[in-house]
Design a protein around this ligand. Structure first.
Ligand code: SAH
Length: 226
């Protein structure tokens, strides 16, 4: 009998897959009840197992509609908020997306199902390492990661058709607006305190004119600028 050696993993981030079909259906029902009707967004969220992105201690809540703690004092976003933000981006499969705040990588994985390429920046190395391992496990090959201060954008790669920021800024960083293509859309939570954060949808017209729309009240961790 051949001896099979277990391949050691750098990080133990891939929990055993349990039968979570009913949990997943419950989450999808919740998204529909919340008003998410876009089939592409729903199908992306059906295809990405959220339990893979959640810490062991919170596994039984993996499909609840709540944000949950992840290492480094950060949070994985609430499924309905992920769905609204993704929908608000109006993604097309040819698009290049910049994401600021990889965190667990859950939102990144959803985006990767709907866009051509996702560039994602995270300031915490440990979170980025874990997210990268999840992307490999799910065979998501169209994600490019970087550790750094995402509020500066990624000018070597820009312009971007879409930009999504998953941490709250005091105001929209001008550098990010510069890296948004004409005709582009950015979704970003803005507000100085957690109590008064609003999610903005920012559109750049072909002639460069900026217009903003309030989507909803949200609670995100702060965008920390180095
Ligand atoms: N979308 C993520 C949410 C993560 S929370 C998820 O679903 O898991 C927001 C993340 O933004 C945190 O991981 C935090 O470390 C990161 N962050 C905050 N400021 C940042 C900055 N200036 N550049 C890059 N990442 C930042």
């Amino acid at each position: 009998m051949p001896q099979y050696q277990q391949i050691p993993q750098k990080h133990n981030v891939v929990p055993p897959q349990k039968d979570n079909v009913s949990d997943r259906i419950r989450m999808l029902m919740k998204l529909r009840t919340a008003g998410i009707t876009d089939m592409d967004v729903l199908s992306a969220m059906e295809n990405i197992p959220r339990d893979l992105f959640v810490e062991d201690a919170f596994m039984e809540h993996a499909y609840d509609d709540t944000a949950l703690p992840i290492p480094s004092g950060q949070t994985i976003s609430q499924p309905t908020v992920v769905a609204w933000m993704t929908w608000a981006l109006e993604l097309e499969t040819r698009m290049r997306v910049l994401e600021i705040g990889t965190g667990s990588g859950y939102q990144t994985a959803i985006l990767s199902k709907l866009a051509r390429r996702v560039y994602t920046i995270e300031r915490h190395r440990d979170l980025l390492d874990m997210a990268e391992e999840r992307f490999r496990h799910l065979n998501l090959t169209n994600i490019v990661t970087k550790r750094g201060d995402g509020s500066k954008g990624w000018k070597e790669v820009g312009l971007f058709d879409r930009i999504i920021v998953t941490a709250a800024a005091g105001e929209i960083p001008a550098v990010l607006l510069d890296q948004l293509s004409p005709g582009g859309i950015m979704v970003i939570p803005v507000g100085n305190s957690v109590a008064d954060q609003i999610l903005l949808r920012v559109q750049k017209a072909e002639n460069g004119t900026i217009s903003t729309q309030h989507l909803m009240n949200v609670r995100f961790v702060p965008l920390v600028q180095d």
